[in-house]
Design a protein around this ligand. Structure first.
Ligand SMILES: [Zn+2]
Length: 154
């Protein structure tokens, strides 16, 4: 699902600013900031602007790609820090209000990694199928998520 980035465009032994990385891949700086929040570590987190070592950018993007190959079971999340499927705790559901067709609604499940406490997210769709956290009959059944703590609607 995730977009493929050609990591060979990045020189391992060079350091890059957020803007430079955005330019290399032709993406918005906001996208690169997202990578940084998602686990791409700057050389040091005190200096501004952030500088990222090429090898770190490569590592992050390569893992991001393999991440999309991980099959998550119901209730599982992918933790960028643990680098594996983990169980989420304090899971809440955010209704994105995006209709996906055939009565399905796009939602984001947000939780905390049971292993390391990092924030984990998972996109999901509800509608059609069994009444479980991941498969809810109709959009109105989203109210089922209200049993979860911190239910919020966007
Ligand atoms: Zn974790």
């Amino acid at each position: 699902m995730g977009r493929k980035y050609d990591v060979r465009k990045i020189i391992s032994k060079r350091s890059y600013t957020t803007e430079e990385i955005a330019e290399v891949f032709g993406v918005h700086v906001q996208t690169v900031r997202g990578w940084s929040k998602g686990g791409m570590e700057p050389i040091d987190d005190v200096s501004r602007p952030f500088l990222f070592e090429g090898s770190e950018v490569r590592r992050y993007l390569s893992e991001k790609r393999s991440k999309s190959r991980v099959t998550l079971k119901e209730g599982e999340f992918y933790c960028l820090k643990c680098r594996k499927a983990v169980h989420g705790v304090r899971v809440r559901c955010v209704d994105t209000r995006r209709q996906l067709g055939s009565g399905k609604v796009s939602v984001v499940l947000k939780g905390t990694c049971a292993g390391c406490g990092s924030v984990v997210n998972r996109f999901s769709a509800v509608g059609g199928g069994a009444k479980s956290l991941e498969k809810i009959e109709t959009p109105s059944d989203l109210s089922a998520f209200e049993n979860l703590p911190l239910f919020e609607k966007r």
